[in-house]
Design a protein around this ligand. Structure first.
Ligand code: URA
Length: 236
């Protein structure tokens, strides 16, 4: 059982104070009956909640898609530098969200933030090999030899062996799509360095079934749709 104000504010649409006001104005129905109070408890898996006659999607967990801009840390807090949590609304910041995996400070693109620890664990588990696709721009054209080296699995400068990965050069080869099945520290930068080149821009486009919504401007975010939550293995 969860409190009504906690459940409704977890949608990111209302603060707890706003929920209180909505309840007071009789605009919130729980199973067809006006809610008794913002602190009313209900089972989100069973009860139906309407706000102004529209079903309010109540989820136990919150899932946020962020288009991370370069220059922001993939961390929950930092005493000096801006983190991805600083980009969210105060309501969402109170949900205990954390980024699922990291993008480097200078990397951009898809970052999933959630408070569903099970899902994060599953998506990051090395045994699950969840595919991640990145767009990269590099300082010299990549070609067939680089693609083959990635397909075999490159060895990094420190001797670390990488799993086979996808490399699809685009246009003249100074841009490419990279598909990883694992996540090592600075992995793409180090893989590209092992080919004698350097990454100038790196943007994550997808993680498993979750694809960056290109309508999201840099630094903007939205909640995952019910379908996206189901497909990625979250709890609707
Ligand atoms: N590989 C990198 O080198 N950096 C990232 O942020 C992600 C993948």
């Amino acid at each position: 059982m969860e409190r009504l104000d906690k459940l409704l504010s977890s949608t990111g649409r209302w603060s707890r104070r706003e929920v209180k006001q909505l309840v007071r104005e009789g605009r919130v129905l729980v199973d067809g009956v006006p809610a008794a109070g913002a602190e009313q408890k209900l089972d989100p898996g069973i009860s139906r909640v309407l706000v102004d006659g529209t079903e309010a999607v109540i989820r136990k967990y919150t899932y946020v898609m962020l288009n991370k801009p370069a220059g922001v840390l993939s961390a929950t807090e930092d005493s000096r530098q801006e983190t991805v949590l600083d980009l969210l609304s105060p309501e969402l910041r109170r949900q205990g969200l954390f980024p699922v995996g990291r993008l480097d400070k200078d990397s951009e693109g898809l970052l999933l933030l959630t408070n569903d620890g099970d899902l994060a664990h599953r998506l990051l588990s090395p045994r699950r090999h969840v595919d991640k696709v990145y767009y990269i721009r590099v300082d010299r054209p990549l070609g067939e030899e680089d693609r083959e080296a990635f397909a075999r699995g490159v060895t990094l400068a420190d001797g670390t062996a990488c799993l086979p990965a996808g490399l699809e050069p685009l246009g003249d080869g100074s841009e490419a799509l990279v598909t990883l099945h694992e996540g090592k520290f600075h992995q793409i930068k180090r893989m590209i360095a092992s080919r004698g080149a350097a990454v100038c821009q790196l943007k994550r486009l997808s993680m498993g079934t979750l694809v960056l919504d290109e309508r999201l401007e840099r630094g903007k975010y939205r909640l995952l749709t019910g379908e996206e939550v189901l497909k990625i293995g979250g709890k609707p």
